[in-house]
Design a protein around this ligand. Structure first.
Ligand code: BGC
Length: 301
């Protein structure tokens, strides 16, 4: 491309209104086997972000435990997708049902992973849910359920993983680090969210739990990081994108002017779990199209 065509195309883009920009999304990446020989447990992997991460990690060469709590079919479909993705270095996959907020079920899941694949190298703390209500109407059961799954569930899986990684140390044949823990947090670890105090409190808790664990275990070459998604097209927030009106409203909160796709998060998860990110620990990485840039200030303040 010469300077003239560059100038023409950039001025053409400048003339477009944001709403006229094409909705270009990166295709699912050509997987490089950066996780070859490793085993990943992905919690809540039968749908949404967890499913995309499980598939992407499998394509990158990891053996994957697809954790789920509901019916078997969606989890088995995710397993099938890993097994048949066609990537030459793809790993194997199994579905394991376990409620992450239950200590003995978490321990049994790790035991199954070790029996089947020999070791666990990567844990993705993804299982999470919302039970929204105005503060005056929020029941103790709603508060507890969200904190139990989103925060205590992440603690139980983190503890189990770190026990194994401290005991075992690095496996240099597959990774520089003894283990990699990825906590799926949210933009709401920093953005307050009216009507969702249980959810925002759980994600604020994940932020300092993650950073405190990262500080504690770094000398054992264990890396601990969070991914903080913004609005990603999944069942959890269907109301925010399923109609044209809702989607237009949502775009007011997203400077990049498109909703996130589960693969946007999955690509970051594969990189963070790989040795390409070996010097990254204790970080909250936002994948949010700029939602945390205070878009309300675009024309104010
Ligand atoms: C929530 C979604 C929400 C997004 C942005 C996520 O953590 O689960 O429901 O759309 O944050 O507000």
């Amino acid at each position: 491309m010469n300077a003239t065509t560059m100038k023409m195309s950039s001025s053409a883009i400048r003339d477009l209104k944001p709403s006229e920009l094409p909705q270009i999304v990166m295709p699912r990446c050509e997987a490089r086997p950066v996780l070859r020989g490793q085993t990943a447990i992905v919690t809540g992997a039968s749908s949404g972000i967890g499913r995309a991460i499980a598939i992407a990690m499998g394509a990158a060469g990891a053996n994957v435990v697809v954790n789920h709590v509901g019916s078997d079919e969606p989890a088995l479909a995710a397993v099938d997708e890993v097994t048949n993705c066609g990537c030459p270095s793809r790993g194997q996959a199994i579905a394991v049902r376990a409620d992450v907020s239950d200590e003995s079920q978490v321990q049994a899941m790790f035991a199954t992973a070790r029996e089947r694949f020999g070791a666990v190298d990567i844990v993705v703390n993804n299982a999470g849910l919302q039970q929204d209500a105005a503060i005056e109407d929020m029941t103790l059961a709603q508060w507890r359920k969200v904190l139990d799954v989103n925060l205590t569930g992440q603690f139980l899986c983190a503890r189990e993983a770190i026990r194994e990684w401290k005991r075992r140390g690095p496996r240099p044949e597959v990774s520089c680090a003894a283990g990699k823990l990825l906590c799926i947090s949210s933009v709401h670890e920093v953005i307050p969210w009216a009507g969702h105090v249980n959810y925002a409190a759980s994600k604020g808790g994940v932020m300092l739990m993650m950073k405190s664990i990262a500080q504690e275990v770094a000398p054992w070459r264990i890396r601990v990081n969070s991914i903080c998604p913004g609005a990603i097209r999944t069942p959890i927030n269907r109301d925010a994108w399923a109609t044209d009106e809702a989607y237009a409203d949502l775009m007011r909160l997203i400077p990049y002017k498109r909703i996130g796709e589960p693969d946007d998060v999955a690509r970051l998860a594969v990189w963070l779990a790989s040795d390409e990110a070996d010097y990254v620990t204790g970080a909250s990485l936002f994948v949010d199209g700029g939602m945390t840039l205070y878009p309300g200030f675009e024309a104010g303040g």
